[in-house]
Design a protein around this ligand. Structure first.
Ligand code: GTP
Ligand code: MG
Length: 279
C-alpha cells in the first residue's frame, strides 16, 4: 500500500509533467501517484468526480492533480467542469471535477453540466463522492449513477466529521449492496486516498465491471413504452449511450431532455453525429 498522501493544496500547481507527489521519480511503479496539474494531451483513462454539493469533490480533485480548484464550506462552489491529470501505476489519468448535483434528473445549468458529463461523456470511472454524515441524502445520486454504469467507486468522504458525530458506516455492507468498491476517506487530510486510487485503477482496468443496476419497471405497459421509445432514440441518435434513461426522462416530460431531442443536440452530448450529420 502506498504511503499516505500529504495534505493537498500546498505549493503552486506543478508544471506539466512535474512531480509533486510523494514519489515523483517512480511514477510508473504500482501504487504511486504523480500529480500532473493541468495535463493536456494523451491519457489512458478518464475519471469523473460526481456527488452532492459540498461533499469534497474538489478537495479530492486537488489532492490528485496538485491543482487548486476552489474549495469552501458552502454549496455550489464548482460551477463548471475542471480537468486535471495524474499518473498512477504507470497509467495516465484525466480527471474531471464536476459541479455538485442532487440528481441526474436535473434542473439547474450547473447540474446539467454534471448530468451530461456522467450520462453522455462516458467516463471510464465515476467516483461518487458521498458525505458520510448525511448518507441518506447522498444515496439517491449514488444509485442513479449505478443505474447508468457499473464502473463506479464510492468515496465515502468526511468520515472524520462522521466519527465526531458518533456515526460509523459499514462500508463492506454498502459495497456489497451497491456491487462496487466503497472507500472511506477524509480527503482534506489525505486519509483513504491511496485506497481510493487503488480502487479507481482496479475499476478502470477491469474487463468485467458489474452491470448497471437495472431500471426495472413492473408495469408491462411502461416497460413496453420505454423499450419502444429507447429504440426510437437510438435510431435518431446513433451511438448515444443510456437510451433507456433518455426514454424514461421523455416519458416523465423532462424539459431539458425534450429540448435536446427536439433541437437535435442530444447526440452532440455523446460526441455522436447529429441526425443531420448522420443522414
Ligand atoms: N472535515 C472534513 N472536511 C472536508 C473533507 N473533504 C472536504 N472537506 C471540506 O468540505 C468543504 C467542501 O469541500 P469541496 O471540495 O469544496 O466540496 P465540493 O464537493 O467540491 O463542493 P461543490 O463544488 O460546491 O459541489 C471544504 O470546506 C473542504 O475543506 C473531509 O474529508 N473532512
Ligand atoms: Mg467543488
Amino acid at each position: 500500500m502506498a504511503a499516505p498522501l500529504p495534505a493537498p493544496g500546498v505549493g503552486p500547481p506543478p508544471d506539466e509533467g512535474a512531480a509533486s507527489g510523494p514519489c515523483g521519480s517512480c511514477a510508473a511503479a504500482p501504487g504511486r501517484l504523480m500529480r500532473l496539474g493541468l495535463a493536456p494531451g494523451r491519457h489512458d483513462h478518464v475519471v469523473a468526480l460526481a456527488g452532492n454539493p459540498n461533499t469534497g469533490k474538489s478537495t479530492v480533485f486537488n489532492a490528485l492533480t496538485g491543482l487548486r480548484q476552489h474549495v469552501g464550506n458552502w454549496s455550489g462552489k464548482t460551477v463548471s467542469r475542471a480537468e486535471g491529470g495524474f499518473t498512477y501505476g504507470g497509467a495516465r489519468y484525466r480527471i474531471v471535477d464536476l459541479p455538485g448535483t442532487y440528481s441526474l434528473l436535473s434542473t439547474s445549468t450547473d447540474e446539467d453540466v454534471a448530468r451530461d458529463a456522467l450520462l453522455f461523456g462516458r467516463p471510464d470511472v465515476t467516483v461518487a463522492v458521498a458525505d458520510a454524515t448525511r448518507l441518506e441524502r447522498n444515496l439517491p445520486l449514488v444509485l442513479q449513477v449505478r443505474q447508468i454504469t457499473g464502473r463506479v467507486v464510492v468515496a465515502l468522504n468526511l468520515v472524520d466529521e462522521a466519527a465526531r458525530h458518533g456515526i460509523t458506516v459499514d462500508t463492506r455492507h454498502l459495497s456489497r449492496e451497491l456491487g462496487v468498491p466503497v472507500v472511506a476517506t477524509a480527503a482534506r487530510r489525505g486519509d483513504g486516498l491511496p485506497e481510493l486510487l487503488a480502487a479507481i485503477a482496479q475499476v478502470a482496468t477491469t474487463d468485467d465491471p458489474p452491470p448497471p443496476l437495472a431500471l426495472v419497471h413492473h408495469d408491462p405497459a411502461l416497460e413496453e413504452a420505454v423499450a419502444t421509445l429507447a429504440a426510437r432514440v437510438e435510431e435518431r441518435f446513433p451511438g448515444l449511450p443510456n437510451s433507456r434513461w433518455v426514454a424514461l426522462r421523455l416519458l416523465e416530460g423532462d424539459p431539458g431532455i425534450e429540448e435536446a431531442v427536439r433541437a437535435g443536440t442530444l447526440g452532440e452530448l455523446a460526441g455522436a453525429p447529429t441526425p443531420e450529420a448522420a443522414a
